[in-house]
Design a protein around this ligand. Structure first.
Ligand code: SAH
Ligand code: SF4
Ligand code: F3S
Length: 490
């Protein structure tokens, strides 16, 4: 009988990619993916620790499974990813029915861990070294980049893929858990990345999104002494036959160098879209966050992006209610959002993370209701900015890579609503035939809301020769943070 695997994923794109790879490697061992935890023999949670809420979700999902595991003791429950690395033994205490605890730097061990549980029934713990536990070199080697063979059937659709170009982070923003759970920053060999992109393209992939916590800090010295930056890597993979679009996330403002902006402008397949989180519009807050730049620097950087790459779309992240954020500091953030013209912003309420600098040094002194209000207020400002940005597009014709059908705008019995993205990462919804999924079409923009742009396909003739036609569900938008591999996501 086929063994069945369920995996639930929370967190960032890195986790989405990790889950895809985990499922791919277990499928090669004969497992089949199912969508109900109770249907599975192997039940995995790929977890995130960036905010308390993400952890709470997983602990309650684990709690709900307790009875099921008692009734089916042969089933294996695994906690993978960032919370496994962060909580380690705590998971054992809070969820004693868990069989596998596997950090993001140890995912290559999973098949052996599963085999070991099947053989012995004992809990398997595989985590990497803590950042202060050993030398930089030893900690680095304990975080293994997980890059097994790709399996196109494991992605929401075969024409879009994430490609990891780095692991870890060395920035140590004071609020952030990522450097401790994902380990030291390490860049992958450019030729390995280029080979993966070639392989993906060979399997019908048209769009790759390069992933790194601070993707524009990419640096690699090859044995011949050559220094590679992100701009060099973009040039290296640009001419891969079959690849039509290249994106990269997430950028760190201080590393937004001119060579990168030149590459975005000059390489036609590189999307004119930069996600460069600013986090706050107040210098005192930025200083306490240890973001290493001032608002003045950020504004200048933004102007440079727009001057060098005409028409570029920029998006940001914000944390509201960070320690010591006064009404005045928050007002500065509001002013920045009103003026900066971000395409969109992701706004988060500060969530103290144990053993981060901010948690050690500063009290979490902004009350929850104030965080909530600031979150709503900032969102309202951003929505007005996004609406104005979207309205400016009315009358334009844009090229859209069709990602799938839109469940949100589905009309009962009406024509199929398709959704896709422009080269500037704007979401466009329009009527069309499902055979256009996976193709690039020209759409004339007619209407807009804060979240979506609506239009009409100019011609059903597609741009660029392509034989790929896919019935697969909607692709994973980069901002969708809770999803299961292989499930529709709209
Ligand atoms: N490496 C990326 C993303 C890190 S996590 C970057 O540097 O931008 C994604 C976002 O979560 C961050 O940009 C930040 O806005 C938010 N975040 C991180 N830690 C947080 C915390 N402790 N509380 C609330 N939001 C947090
Ligand atoms: Fe966290 Fe800062 Fe690194 Fe981003 S750059 S992952 S916010 S420490
Ligand atoms: Fe979360 Fe880990 Fe990503 S903490 S945001 S899943 S790197």
């Amino acid at each position: 009988m086929t063994k069945k695997l369920y995996i639930e994923t929370v967190g960032c794109q890195m986790n989405v990619l990790d889950s895809e790879l985990v499922v791919g490697s277990l499928r090669r061992l004969g497992y089949e993916l199912v969508y109900q935890p109770t249907d599975a023999d192997l039940i995995f949670f790929n977890t995130c620790s960036v905010r308390q809420h993400a952890e709470d979700k997983i602990y309650s999902a684990l709690g709900r499974l307790r009875g099921h595991k008692q009734r089916h003791p042969h089933k294996i429950v695994g906690v993978l990813g960032c919370m496994a690395q962060k909580d380690q033994e705590i998971i054992k205490r809070r969820a004693p029915h868990v069989d596998i605890i596997c950090g993001p730097g140890q995912l290559a061990q999973l098949p052996q861990l599963v085999a070991e549980v099947q053989k012995t029934g004992d809990l398997q713990l595989a985590v990497s070294l803590g950042r202060a536990e050993a030398s930089r070199h030893d900690v680095e080697t304990s975080f293994e980049s997980y890059d097994p063979a790709r399996d196109p059937s494991m992605r929401p659709n075969p024409f879009q893929a994430y490609v990891r170009i780095m692991i870890g982070c060395d920035k140590f923003c004071t609020y952030c858990i990522v450097p401790s759970v994902r380990g030291p920053e390490q860049s992958r060999h450019p030729e390995q990345i280029a080979a993966e992109v070639r392989q993906l393209a060979g399997e019908g992939c048209k769009e790759v999104t390069l992933l790194g916590q601070t993707v524009n800090s990419y640096k690699f010295q090859s044995p011949d002494g050559r220094h590679w930056r992100l701009s060099d890597l973009l040039a290296r993979i640009h001419d891969t036959p079959g690849i039509e679009r290249i994106k990269f996330v997430t950028n760190f403002p201080k590393d937004m160098t001119d060579d990168l902006l030149d590459a975005v402008r000059d390489l036609p397949k590189v999307c004119s879209y930069l996600h460069v989180p600013v986090q706050s519009g107040c210098n005192d807050v930025l200083k306490r966050m240890k973001r290493l730049y001032t608002v003045e620097y950020y504004r200048e950087m933004l102007a440079r992006c727009r001057e060098k790459v005409p028409g570029v779309a920029v998006s940001s992240d914000f944390i509201v209610g960070f320690c010591g954020e006064t009404e005045e500091s928050f007002q500065r953030t509001c002013d920045l959002v009103s003026e900066a013209g971000f395409k969109n912003s992701f706004i988060f309420k500060y969530s103290p993370r144990p053993s981060t600098k901010a948690d050690d040094l500063y009290p979490d002194d902004v009350p929850e209701e104030v965080k909530k209000r600031r979150n709503n207020d900032l969102l309202a400002i951003q929505n007005a900015v996004s609406l104005a940005d979207h309205r400016r597009k009315i009358g334009e014709t844009v090229e859209v890579l069709v990602e799938g059908t839109s469940k949100t705008f589905e009309k009962r019995g009406g024509p199929v609503q398709l959704t896709g993205r422009t080269m500037t990462d704007h979401i466009v919804v329009f009527e069309g035939n499902e055979r256009l999924i996976g193709r690039t079409v020209r759409v004339q923009i007619e209407e807009a809301t804060s979240f979506t742009i609506f239009g009409t396909v100019e011609t059903e003739e597609t741009i660029g020769a392509s034989e790929t036609c896919c019935e697969a569900p909607m692709a994973a938008p980069h901002d969708a943070s809770h999803r299961r591999v292989g499930l529709p996501l709209v």
